[in-house]
Design a protein around this ligand. Structure first.
Ligand code: HEM
Length: 519
């Protein structure tokens, strides 16, 4: 190489290096001026973040304490992942609803995928498949026409629950479990006698909940190499049921769908009331782009999510019973209002809802005090109130705290349905929990109207026909059930003692007559 060439190479290298340094400096400077702090929160420690301060069983109590220290939105770290906790309805609306394009994703989880749940709507990332599922759910579960067509299913299952309660009131826990499963099975797929499907669904859900609520699962999901952990190690860490879940899930999803399709086709001209039937009709009539697979998976998500004792509907009904056993004055007042409006010669139905505001108020108060939610994943960097929220942050709407917000509720820890009754014209009633109990924005619960109607109709029917009281122990003393909330992010309630007895001979006759009428 000649000296001239050597010097040109050297000059070029110096210029390139200078340009690189300038570029990096500029980049760095830019970041310095633009970068904002994370929202305030408890100080994390290396590796663990704030995990050591976070009770696995009841995290929301700690969220409340941190909320009092850091405000209605704060950030903690679960291992290395920033986690944004939203404690107020106002912030939840601003972020989850108004900035829905960023706040509507979910995390993928290797364990969820191993068990086959990654296809379910509730676990899908924000994207086209999820959008198609949600469109289907709106057509087959959300709109007025669909809701009207699903009413016979609700009526049939509610009367079925009342019949079972009248025959064997002590087994109320298993009747409620059967009811929530049968209601959603009927609504998703239509009438079916296949008890196996319900049993399999319970097994699948049991494995899912047992696996994902263990500390091992939480740790595993945060490890970047979790997807390389061989299946035999996973089955050793959890149990053999883990690996059997996927084939069982596929079997339930396929066979329930095929069965529903066959029955829909055979129903020829009769009103075919089920999500699968309504969605299939929409697909044919409007040359919908939704595939059979979308209908199959959306139906399965509805079914599997609500057919278990941890479902949001089961939590609502169990909370209702505990509150009624411990608030007999409320129960008696509700019975009087039903007697006045409906009388004793028929069962209440949804057409009575507007005339029975006190029953509505009881449901609202039950909603206010329960706790539900599914975390979201922030899809892009965001800025809020002068703070930086990085892409990939886990976002938790702390619905438990929203229902106990003293800015909205007087004596928030007291169960008092009257807070929702307008005492005199012009006075303020307190905020309707349906504003937040079904969550916010694009991922708001698609079953909210169906779920809310079903809950109201069920509790009104129980109040009309049964007395619900404290059970007696072996010494004849009354047992006061407590709302013992089991570990997890939702308030799954531990089994509790309760005495359920028919209100009268006439109530029993009414239930029997309704059951015969519906056969
Ligand atoms: C009282 C009854 C119910 C309550 C309180 C409730 C509440 C909720 C909440 C809080 C979420 C989380 C939304 C989020 O990501 O932030 C949710 C999601 C969901 N709910 Fe419900 N729900 C109820 C009944 C139902 C019913 C009856 C169905 C279906 C038949 C249903 C289907 C779903 C589905 C599919 C999702 C996931 C939505 C998605 O990820 O896009 N829910 N629900």
């Amino acid at each position: 190489m000649s000296p001239t060439t050597l010097s040109s190479v050297a000059s070029f290298s110096v210029i390139a290096l200078a340009a690189y340094c300038f570029f990096r400096y500029f980049q760095w400077g830019n970041r310095c001026t633009r970068s904002l702090p994370l929202p305030p929160g408890p100080r994390p420690i290396p590796l663990l973040g704030n995990v050591h301060q976070l009770p696995m069983d009841f995290p929301y109590l700690q969220f409340r304490k941190w909320g009092q220290m850091f405000g209605d939105v704060f950030c903690l770290k679960v291992f290395r992942r920033p986690t944004l906790v939203i404690n107020s309805i106002h912030v939840a609306k601003e972020l989850l609803a108004h900035r829905g394009a960023k706040y509507s994703d979910r995390f993928s989880s290797h364990l969820i995928t191993v068990m086959g749940f990654e296809v379910a709507t509730a676990f899908l990332g924000y994207g086209d498949t999820w959008r198609r599922h949600r469109k289907l759910m709106q057509v087959g579960l959300g709109d007025q026409d669909a809701l009207a067509r699903l009413r016979p299913v609700q009526q049939r299952e509610i009367v079925g629950l009342l019949s079972r309660l009248s025959q064997d009131p002590d087994a109320f826990d298993s009747h409620l479990k059967h009811f929530t499963a049968a209601l959603i099975m009927g609504s998703a797929y239509g009438e079916t006698e296949d008890e196996n499907i319900l049993r399999y669904a319970e097994t699948i859900l049991h494995t899912l909940v047992t696996v994902i609520t263990t500390p091992t699962a939480v740790v595993l999901d945060f490890l970047p190499f979790s997807k390389y952990v061989p299946s035999w190690v996973l089955s050793g860490l959890f149990n053999a049921g883990l690996l059997k879940t996927r084939p069982l899930l596929v079997h339930v999803m396929d066979s329930a769908f095929e069965d529903a399709r066959t029955r829909t086709a055979a129903a020829l001209g009769k009103d075919k009331a089920s999500f699968v039937a309504i969605a299939t009709e929409a697909q044919t009539l409007k040359s919908d782009t939704n595939s059979d697979n979308d209908i199959k998976v959306a139906a399965f998500t509805m079914f599997i999510g609500q057919s278990n004792s941890r479902s949001f509907s089961a939590i609502t009904l169990n909370s209702f019973l505990v509150q009624m056993v411990t608030h007999q004055d409320v129960y008696a007042k509700a019975q009087r209002s039903i007697d006045e409006v409906v009388g004793k010669e028929r069962l209440p139905d949804l057409s009575d809802r507007n005339s029975l505001p006190y029953v509505d108020a009881i449901l609202k108060e039950v909603y206010r005090l329960i706790n539900l939610g599914i975390p979201r994943r922030l899809m892009d960097d965001d800025e809020y109130r002068g703070y930086h929220i990085p892409k990939g942050t886990s976002v938790i709407a702390n619905i438990w705290q929203m229902g106990r917000d003293s800015n909205y509720y007087k004596d928030p820890d007291t169960f008092n349905p009257d807070r929702f009754i307008d005492p005199k014209p012009g006075s303020l009633v307190e905020l309707d929990p349906r504003e937040y109990i079904f969550s916010f924005g694009r991922r708001i619960c698609p079953g909210q109207r169906f779920g809310d109607d079903s809950m109201w109709w069920t509790i009104a029917s129980i109040i009309a026909t049964f007395n619900v009281k404290k059970a007696l122990d072996a010494d004849g003393k009354k047992i006061t059930p407590s709302m013992t909330v089991l570990p997890g992010l939702t308030s799954h309630i531990q089994q509790f003692p309760c005495s359920i007895q028919p209100r009268s001979q006439r109530a029993l006759e009414l239930i029997a007559e309704s059951a015969i009428h519906l056969e």
